[in-house]
Write a new protein. Structure first.
Length: 224
């Protein structure tokens, strides 16, 4: 299920968008504190952001730049300002698309679906994921760097696949545990730590060091 964060000050519009997108199976949250959008963004970890330009305290351009310091997640700008300068500004600040208000919810849905498809589903079709010369083979759960190759266990492979999926962003320990074992209640943090240690050892065996970064109290990431 894709997660979408709505950064929209108009409560009526944001509620309509949230309810409509939820009907199509998306997990949707609305920003409630416009003084600190980044806090909710990092906690929710959305796959797409719908960003209004005219916001209280700081405008959408500001928050787009702040998000771009942390993530490459696609951002679709929303605005009633239709002049070319606003559209150019939105794209230059790191936006991926622009929707003019007022808009039909079906148009919004089509834009959202197209953006998610281009961003995530195309990547899912490939059998190889690459980052900094390290190649993860989705077909045979192997890891390769230059001429060296190593086989991964099921858990080692899934951990690395998740980190590749969120490359450049911190993935919490809780999220990794949930996706590996489906239930965080019966798996302690030490179980993940053991798997992570084994994975790092295998990376070192093929000549890769400091590939996975630990963010104390937050989780793990593959840095860009």
């Amino acid at each position: 299920m894709y997660k979408i964060l709505i950064v929209e000050d108009d409560r009526i519009i944001s509620k309509q968008m949230q309810e409509y997108l939820k009907k199509w199976g998306y997990e949707v949250e609305k920003v409630v504190d416009f003084t600190n959008v980044i806090s909710q963004f990092t906690q929710f970890e959305p796959q797409l952001v719908l960003m209004d330009i005219g916001l209280p305290f700081f405008n959408g351009y500001h928050w787009c730049m702040e998000i771009r310091n942390l993530s490459k997640v696609p951002i679709i700008f929303l605005s009633s300002a239709t002049d070319n300068m606003n559209i150019v500004m939105a794209m230059n600040m790191g936006g991926d698309d622009f929707i003019t208000k007022p808009f039909d919810l079906q148009v919004l849905l089509a834009k959202v679906q197209a953006m998610l498809r281009r961003t995530y589903e195309f990547k899912a079709q490939t059998n190889l994921l690459e980052h900094k010369g390290v190649i993860l083979n989705l077909m045979n759960s192997s890891l390769q760097f230059k001429e060296e190759k190593v086989e991964l266990t099921k858990n080692e492979f899934r951990i690395l696949e998740i980190l590749f999926e969120y490359r450049g962003r911190v993935v919490s320990r809780e999220e990794i545990i949930r996706r590996l074992w489906d239930d965080t209640c019966f798996i302690d943090d030490n179980t993940l730590a053991v798997n992570m240690t084994r994975l790092r050892k295998k990376l070192e065996e093929i000549g890769v060091s400091r590939f996975i970064t630990t963010k104390k109290g937050q989780g793990y990431l593959l840095e860009d």
